[in-house]
Ligand binder design. Structure first.
Ligand code: XMP
Length: 305
């Protein structure tokens, strides 16, 4: 386990050294990795770091508001509302890797605009150790690794948590006094709800996924899962009153893991599962059925696409 206090001192010093008198920019998603990096960087260089939160419209319920409130104390913090742009670039895209590419490219465009505006010469990234390992193995085109520096020229890339595992980043977050909503936050993928919707991303499917994810996260909190989520996987027949209706099929997933590379499905109790089911179908009349995914990783992945 990492010595969090010592890590913080060394990281602040390293960031200060690397950025020097320059200006830096970073993508702040509100996840624990980027939040720790933004906090360390702000401590090191103050307003010479511009943390940028891009509202892709693919975020979870209330996420944008939480991030806005938490980082509001930084004068240089920016929120970019790019919801329409992301939905537009995902229109008609069904292939999972194409979706990642569409989201990644749009992200780079938005980020590039801010980087030019700020005139940043350094970039800070929240890459952690398992991100690098999966990327090197090319398991998935995670857009939060690489990508950005290839498109925009920076004098330096600063990756303060590159040697840490997720649980170590959380230790550092606690030591930095970040709120539990951030230090204990589950990992959330860059492409967000786009990979919790199988097939084309539409506003209707996003709305179902967003509400269902909020129900699941709330209900399984006590299990302390690595990740818990809901995905919209297709349509099926249900019955409302006397009528047979075609509604969405939502799959619930909750897993334990250390680093996301392998994962075990959690044995949720029947009452919890039933509560999740009735809350989802109760809030969302267009959902016909709710299923629970019992598959470990491997053979399944954690996300649905
Ligand atoms: P999978 O679904 O491959 O996920 O078992 C492993 C971990 O990675 C996250 N994940 C992503 N993160 N961009 C990201 O930033 C992505 O495209 C992406 N795909 C999966 C996933 O949430 C899990 O923590």
């Amino acid at each position: 386990m990492v010595d969090a206090k010592r890590f913080i001192d060394e990281a602040v010093e390293e960031i200060d050294d690397e950025i020097g008198d320059g200006k830096a920019i970073m993508a702040l998603s509100g996840g624990v990795d980027s939040s720790v990096c933004a906090t360390l960087a702000y401590e090191a260089v103050g307003d010479r770091i511009t943390p940028v939160y891009v509202d892709t419209g693919l975020m979870r319920k209330g996420e944008t508001e939480t991030v806005r409130e938490t980082f509001d104390y930084m004068d240089s913090f920016r929120v970019v509302d790019a919801r329409d742009r992301f939905l537009g670039s995902l229109e008609g895209v069904v292939d999972p890797e194409e979706k990642r590419r569409a989201v990644g490219e749009e992200f780079i465009r938005v980020f590039e605009e801010v980087a030019r505006d700020v005139d940043a010469d350094h970039i800070v990234q929240g890459t952690i150790y398992p991100d690098r390992v999966e990327s090197e193995g090319n398991i998935k085109s995670h857009h939060n690794v690489g990508g950005l520096p290839d498109v925009i020229e920076f004098d330096g890339i600063v990756e303060p948590v590159r040697e840490l595992y997720k649980d170590e980043v959380r230790e550092v977050a606690r030591e930095l006094d970040l709120p539990p909503a951030i230090s204990e936050r589950m990992p959330y993928p860059g492409p967000g709800l786009a990979i919790r919707v199988v097939g084309e991303v539409t506003e209707e499917k996003l709305k179902v996924a967003r509400e269902a994810n909020a129900v699941v996260e709330d209900e399984v909190e006590g299990y302390e899962p690595w990740q818990a989520l809901a995905a919209v996987v297709g349509q099926g027949t249900g019955v409302k009153g006397d009528e047979r209706v075609h509604g969405w099929i939502v799959v619930v997933r909750a897993v334990e893991s250390r680093d996301g590379m392998t994962a075990q499905a959690i044995d949720l109790d029947w009452e919890t599962l039933q509560r999740i089911q009735s809350k989802i179908t109760g809030t969302l009349p267009n959902v016909a059925r709710v299923a629970y995914d019992v598959t470990h990783k491997p053979p399944a992945t954690i996300e649905y696409e």
